[in-house]
Design a protein around this ligand. Sequence first.
Ligand SMILES: [Fe+2]
Length: 319
Amino acid sequence: MARMQPGRSCPRHYRYSPAVFARAADLKAQSLYIVGGLYGNPFALDAVLAMARREGATLVFNGDFNWFNVDPAEFESVNETVLRHVALRGNVETEIAGEDSGAGCGCAYPEWVGDAEVERSNEILARLRERASAYPEIRARLAALPMHLIAEIGGLRIGIVHGDAESLAGWQFSQEALRESPGRAQALLAGAGIDVFACTHTCLPVMQEFATPRGTALVVNNGAAGMPNFRDTRFGLATRIAAEPSGEALYGMRLGAVVVEAVPVRYDPGAWLARFDRLWPEGSPASLSYRKRIASGPAYELDQALRLSTPSGALTRAA
Ligand SMILES: [Fe+2]
């Protein structure tokens, strides 16, 4: 049965109750960048550090900052740098921090992701796990990271997760699930008393609006900070929440006293592709699964990502 295969399952220790969000905020911020799915891209890491520094914004890395960084120096520098900031562990960090539990990459891939791709993800994870084994101190720090955080900004409660409101590797906040069964996400938002869930993990971005008893709520998934997210583009994406809009945002929405936006993470795409090719040459599992996306983006359009029921709340978009 598919759910028992490595890379398909959702380990029990990945799960939490939506009731965990009924607590006081863990941090308060004036402005926030939420960076998920850096995937070991050091150029994207430099870019988000510079973006946050320019605005004096708080950076939160919500998991999967490791993935392609199997080079020892890069494994060390990506982790040392990220761990100076607020961070959550994603399934990748959880798997390389722990012993092999048979969960593979821990992605909990749904049916629409093919077996060959799942198998390649397990192979990438196995290589990264081998690399991580030389760094027990980094592994211990990754293991100690939380799975969820609540940030308060402009009076709004922002639930920051890697997957969804119930699991580190949940797919309820994927663009696919939000399209097919939005009622589930709506119930999770209402039950959790959260205004904005900011997530990543499922690799494609989406910003979707919901009506809850508390008022308008949003799920915002940044896709990947370290890889392109739209067809024929070569930049990553981060979620920005602040009082004033950014001139850089691709799309966004005003919600009470803040704006929630998708902002491009602009790194040198040629340099990143060259680095990726050196670490993961032609024929390697990462090359087969990700090279095309890194070179020219996935088959997904910017227009598919923004799903607002009150378009008047939308901020201007620039491609
Ligand atoms: Fe993930």
